[in-house]
Design a protein around this ligand. Structure first.
Ligand SMILES: C[S@@+](CC[C@H](N)C(=O)[O-])C[C@H]1O[C@@H](n2cnc3c(N)ncnc32)[C@H](O)[C@@H]1O
Length: 239
């Protein structure tokens, strides 16, 4: 049976070079493309504005736009909602709502390359040896902070997305706050290796390498990922 179909598509952290062919196919198949400005900019070269309806949303407008598009669509048509990085990482507050509107059976999730993966590659920290977490969520993050502390005490690496919330400073939890939190909980942050990557894969990309203690008082862009490296390299020659 024909239905209104949705592609929730990960488009990579910024550069079109990190956009997969599967993502491009989904976008090209779609009559509607609905996304945030930054994410739409990543796929601008794939969108055909003459033949597709492209709608930019904000946090405030998105609910109304998704509902409107769903109601305007005809059976058999596709809508793509592109997400920065991987659609399955730190996007579930929106993806869960889209699944409610379109239904699981009418939605295809197309994975993308996450900022977390690019940060891991740059820091040379394998994702399978790291505790990976996003603080970029609306709800309470106290349990996530406790998990980070436990991972550090257990000698694991941590790859995280911080929480920019400039309008509510008590919710803002960036690299400096992570460093302070660890120190205040007894971690020797001057002995912990840290990386911070801003604007990954774009022309504005920067990287910082130092100790976690160096991060206190330092400010980074909202578009940044952090790696705490405690990984011990271990090759197959050891087994
Ligand atoms: C809502 S989360 C989305 C994460 C995304 N789904 C992913 O897999 O990368 C938004 C956060 O992702 C991180 N992020 C996304 N793109 C980035 C980039 N190009 N460079 C650094 N961090 C990025 C930042 O921490 C940003 O605040």
């Amino acid at each position: 049976m024909l239905a209104k179909r949705l592609f929730a598509v990960g488009v990579g952290p910024g550069s079109p070079r990190y956009l997969t062919d599967a993502a491009k196919e989904a976008i090209r198949k779609s009559r509607y493309v609905v996304g945030y400005r930054y994410t739409l900019a990543t796929i601008e070269g794939v969108i055909d504005r003459a033949n597709q309806q492209v709608l930019e949303v904000t946090m405030k407008s998105q609910e109304q736009v998704y509902q409107q598009v769903y109601s305007d669509m005809r059976d058999g048509e596709y809508c793509t909602v592109p997400f920065t990085g991987d659609v399955n990482f730190s996007e579930s507050e929106v993806v869960d709502r889209l699944l409610q509107i379109w239904g699981d059976e009418n939605t295809e999730i197309v994975p993308g390359i996450s900022s977390i993966q690019v940060a891991a590659a740059k820091a040379r920290v394998p994702t399978d040896k790291a505790f990976i977490v996003t603080l970029h969520v609306t709800g309470d993050i106290e349990h996530k902070k406790a998990d980070i502390l436990r991972a550090i005490r257990d000698g694991r690496s941590v790859i995280l997305l911080p929480r920019p919330w400039p309008k509510e400073p008590q919710k803002h939890f960036m690299q400096s706050d992570v460093a302070k939190f660890l120190r205040e909980n007894g971690v020797d942050t001057s002995a912990l290796k840290a990386h911070v990557f801003e604007h990954l894969t774009t022309s504005k990309e920067t990287s910082f390498e130092g100790k976690v203690s160096d991060l206190e008082g330092k400010e980074f862009s909202d578009l940044s990922a952090m790696v705490i490296d405690q990984t011990r390299r271990q090759t197959y020659l050891e087994f």
